[in-house]
Design a protein around this ligand. Structure first.
Ligand code: HEM
Length: 159
């Protein structure tokens, strides 16, 4: 420690390191402080989620790579997505109550999903969050981070 304290460059580097760690944990801390608020609650619950999903699917349908994978009548897909994201973000278990275990990767297996599809899906979601969520940028970025895991996990086909 003495070695670090005597070297201004190392002290600065240690400062940067602390800032990175702090930023990473700040969002989790904000959500869990006091009353263990879920991400679902933090975004404003059902109303916000519906706005996001209703902005998301027209973008998916218009996307040259994603659009052809989806049925013309997108309403049932939207309703399922609202139910799934409700529980994925820590709200009531609407999807499982209606359809059983999510097994989301398995449900995506009939469709060839490449890394480019995952990237496009996340980009549509990013734009939907910007346009329709009314959430601050930090929370939007956190949602995308939370969805990146599943999106990449559903990739089942190489480029
Ligand atoms: C990685 C890119 C993705 C692609 C290309 C994709 C594509 C699809 C397609 C084609 C369907 C079926 C639509 C139908 O005919 O009913 C579907 C269903 C669904 N997707 Fe995705 N998806 C992706 C990522 C995700 C992610 C990240 C989530 C949630 C975290 C998600 C949640 C769902 C849900 C809840 C359904 C309805 C499942 C059901 O029918 O029971 N998808 N997706």
């Amino acid at each position: 420690m003495q070695l670090i304290n005597n070297n201004p460059a190392l002290v600065t580097m240690r400062g940067f390191f602390y800032v990175i760690i702090l930023n990473t944990y700040t969002m989790e801390m904000k959500l869990t402080m006091n009353r263990n608020i879920s991400l679902y609650e933090a975004i404003g619950g059902a109303e916000t989620l519906r706005r996001i999903v209703e902005s998301f699917y027209p973008k998916v349908q218009a996307h040259e790579l994603l659009g052809p994978l989806f049925p013309e009548n997108i309403i049932p897909v939207m309703e399922k997505q609202i139910m799934f994201l409700t529980q994925f973000f820590g709200g009531p278990t609407l999807f499982s109550d209606e359809y059983g275990h999510p097994m989301m990767r398995a449900r995506h297996m009939p469709f060839p999903i490449t890394p480019k599809h995952a990237e496009a899906w996340l980009d549509c979601m990013k734009r939907a969050l910007q346009e329709a969520s009314g959430l601050d940028e930090e929370l939007q970025a956190y949602i995308i981070e939370r969805l990146s895991g599943p999106a990449n996990h559903f990739v089942n086909t190489p480029e």
